[in-house]
Write a protein that binds this ligand. Structure first.
Ligand SMILES: Nc1ncnc2c1ncn2[C@@H]1O[C@H](COP(=O)(O)OP(=O)(O)OP(=O)(O)O)[C@@H](O)[C@H]1O
Length: 355
């Protein structure tokens, strides 16, 4: 099974919750079931994942051995456990195109690597949609029996998540009535991420505590949101390639002029103007479209799929997801992009957009 969805949408939490249920039901039914949850964040290939899984299961570190030996050891360890074994590989996209593990595990029984009377299955979790597209055809064939997409949480769902968490985290009656709805609404408008909503609430509580306030107020939430949003955008933009930044600048330009949501062709035209203006390399429209989809994944812009009439099939329209003033301000910190921003804003002060 494969779970896809943007960050903070409960993929990991959902799998843990459902596996606990499954294990309890299996125990009631007298079935032997074992789950192994592993996060691939630090692994860049199937090889590394397998080494770490073997170490987790047997205590032996086989680093340096050939992959065939490590794979054998892995299947031996799984066979030792017996029954039904479910391996959860979180953030599996880190292995990139080194995806053999996603083929060898589901095929273990038909390839005779594990006994017939046991079951071995895999749950992959990823927030990178491109990863799926780039998997080798034999992996796609083997793995995608079941694919679940996690949609962003809406404000009501986030509110309910926050209320349950706040009951545990805060003393009674220290939250003003508006605090949770505000955190939920703001996170829903942005990425629909539970992690983000929880961060707002946590930060608001921290600000209240640090300033000696008895209550967490709307003001604390707004300050928390501003600080967290700014930090997120700053981090995102700093980590972007110049081409990503230029693509974002094109979105910002059309946003300033009130011309968003905009199609790829419209954004590409503007991108070319901006790249020419600051003497940067000009990429193809297809590459810019990839950058746009990447920016959507980062949550800085929003891509919406539209169905067009008889010609051309579906296409995307894009608009800025992050705060316009804040984005302009941060983009301007880079001197080269800053020059482009001056053109975009026709040299008007960014302060105007910040208000
Ligand atoms: N339905 C929910 N109820 C309670 N808490 C939730 C729920 N969904 C998510 N959370 C909380 O939100 C945070 C993020 O959730 P989780 O790690 O499961 O997201 P994810 O989709 O796996 O994200 P990522 O792709 O970034 O790993 C966690 O603290 C989790 O406990």
């Amino acid at each position: 099974m494969f779970l896809f969805g943007k960050t903070g949408q409960g993929k990991t939490a959902g799998v843990e919750f459902k596996l606990d249920d499954l294990v309890a039901a299996a125990n009631d039914a007298g079935l032997n079931i074992t789950t192994v949850q592993y996060n691939c964040a630090g692994d860049s290939s199937s090889y590394h994942v397998l080494i770490n899984l073997v170490e987790r299961l047997t205590g032996d570190n086989l680093n340096g051995h050939p992959i065939s030996k490590i794979t054998d050891e892995f299947f031996d360890a799984v066979t030792e456990i017996g029954g039904t074994v479910i391996i959860v590989l979180d953030e599996i996209d880190n292995i990139g195109t080194s995806d053999e593990i996603l083929y060898s595990i589901p095929r273990a029984k038909s390839n005779g690597n594990i006994p017939d009377d046991m079951h071995l299955s895999i749950i992959g979790i990823s927030n990178n949609f491109k990863f799926r597209d780039n998997l080798s055809p034999k992996v796609k064939d083997t793995l995608f029996d079941e694919e679940i997409h996690f949609a962003p949480y809406d404000a009501n769902q986030l509110r309910s998540i926050l209320e349950r968490r706040a009951d545990q985290a805060f003393k009674e009656s220290v939250l003003e009535d508006e605090v949770i709805p505000l955190c939920a609404a703001h996170a829903a408008q942005d990425k629909g991420s539970a992690r983000q909503a929880l961060r707002y609430l946590y930060k608001a509580g921290e600000l209240a505590a640090n300033t000696g306030s008895d209550m967490v107020t709307e003001h604390h939430v707004r300050t928390a949101q501003d600080r967290i949003d700014r930090k997120n955008i700053e981090k995102g933009i700093r980590e972007m390639t110049v081409q990503d930044q230029l693509t974002l600048t094109a979105v910002v330009a059309l946003e300033v002029e009130g011309k968003t949501p905009a199609k790829t062709t419209e954004l590409y035209a503007r991108y070319k103007d901006i790249a020419t203006e600051i003497d940067a390399n000009i990429r193809t429209q297809r590459s810019v479209r990839d950058h746009l989809l990447e920016l959507d994944l980062m949550g800085v812009i929003t891509a919406t799929k539209k169905q067009t009439g008889n010609r051309g099939g579906p296409h995307y329209v894009f608009e800025l997801a992050s705060d316009l003033g804040m984005t302009l301000d941060i983009l301007s910190e880079d001197s080269r992009i800053g020059d482009a921003i001056d053109v975009v804003t026709a040299n008007r002060s960014i302060q105007e957009y910040l208000d």
